[in-house]
Design a protein around this ligand. Structure first.
Ligand SMILES: Nc1ncnc2c1ncn2[C@@H]1O[C@H](COP(=O)(O)OP(=O)(O)OP(=O)(O)O)[C@@H](O)[C@H]1O
Length: 330
């Protein structure tokens, strides 16, 4: 017998979307999402990580039935996105980047209204609002207008609104964008709690630490396509070797580039890149043995070293390995 847990909650194949921009001679086509294949299991927190313009929001909007795909297929909670949109909508919650709270309405009123819009009866809507205020830690502000809330409180109201009808799948677009670290941690806790209740969460982020700490599995998207997919740990393991970063005392670009050339020629260095901040990033097999050789090579070339650090691979290293660019700089 198949356990519900084994069933994919989101399955896409060849999903794509292009936009026409400009007019006349300036007309161009942007392939925002270029043939996406992915599977998200029930109860997973799945993160879509990528730089600005990678196609994250476009994907989310297609999966949430807000934007018609140009091609490909998707099945969400067992319903075909193309032919059973109403059923898809019943099964999902969608929280857009800017959120949807009104300034002059209280959280309690918003929650009751949202539940009523989902066809839930008056008494049940009120009791769901009370439960949501409690579980999202909002009871203390429940009867104040949303305009008086902090960014973190408002974000929690957004999420509470998105799940008031108890969807199977929750889509969150950049859930912690612009929040302070404490509020971000609070939102992460709420997302984990929803997973604990069996919800599948699909979120977009351009924060590496968010993808690493919160997501069970991630897909790294760039230029409308997936460049890497797996658990954060497995993706980092896939980067064989280690990274050494080197700062040179003279911060001029010419010196950093000269150091890059010198170090790229060392046997222990697999690749050398000068970052925009002037720091050199070196891919090496074993940091402990490479570091003394790097120091010696720089000394021989008359370049004074300011800092040298050894790093375990990060998701940024995964992105760099797959795209040749750093996510931080994209
Ligand atoms: N309505 C539109 N018309 C024209 N181009 C669009 C439209 N919506 C998105 N695009 C383009 O499609 C590409 C993908 O955009 P999308 O918003 O999906 O990226 P994103 O990964 O969500 O970025 P961000 O992190 O900045 O939100 C971008 O090049 C964007 O400029």
């Amino acid at each position: 017998m198949t356990d519900d847990k084994d069933l994919p909650m989101i399955e896409t194949s060849g999903l794509r979307k292009s936009f026409r921009t400009g007019r006349g001679r300036n007309a161009a086509t942007v392939d925002a999402v270029a043939g996406l294949d992915l599977t998200v299991a029930q109860g997973e927190i799945f993160g879509f990580l990528g730089p600005n313009g990678a196609g994250k929001t476009t994907t989310l909007r297609m999966l949430a039935t807000l934007l018609p795909p140009d091609g490909g297929d998707a099945v969400i909670a067992g319903a075909d996105l193309r032919t059973r949109q109403a059923e898809v909508r019943r099964n999902i919650g969608y929280i857009a980047q800017g959120g949807g709270t009104w300034d002059d309405v209280t959280a309690r009123e918003e929650l009751v209204l949202q539940a009523r819009m989902h066809g839930i009866g008056k008494a049940e809507a009120r009791s769901r609002a009370v439960a949501a205020l409690d579980s999202f830690d909002l009871t203390g502000y429940a009867d104040r207008n949303c305009r008086t809330y902090s960014g973190g409180q408002r974000r929690r109201v957004d999420i509470a609104l998105g799940v008031i009808h108890r969807p199977k799948v929750l889509f969150l677009d950049e859930p912690t964008s612009g929040l302070d670290p404490q509020s971000r941690a609070h939102v992460w806790d709420e997302v984990r709690r929803l997973r604990g209740e069996g919800m599948t969460v699909f979120l977009t982020t351009h924060y590496l630490d968010e993808a690493d700490a919160l997501c069970d599995r991630i897909a790294i998207i760039d230029g409308g396509g997936i460049v890497a997919e797996g658990t954060p740990a497995a993706l980092k393991r896939s980067i064989a070797g280690e990274v050494v970063t080197v700062g040179v005392a003279d911060a001029s670009v010419a010196v950093a580039e000269k150091a890059g050339e010198v170090l790229a020629g060392q046997a222990c260095v697999r690749s050398a890149e000068v970052r925009k901040d002037g720091v050199l990033r070196l891919a090496v097999d074993a940091g402990e043995t490479a570091m003394p050789q790097i120091m010696r090579a720089l000394a021989d070339a008359g370049i004074e070293l300011a800092t040298i650090e050894l790093h375990r691979p990060t998701l940024d290293d995964v992105f760099l390995a797959r795209t040749g660019r750093s996510l931080r700089e994209s």
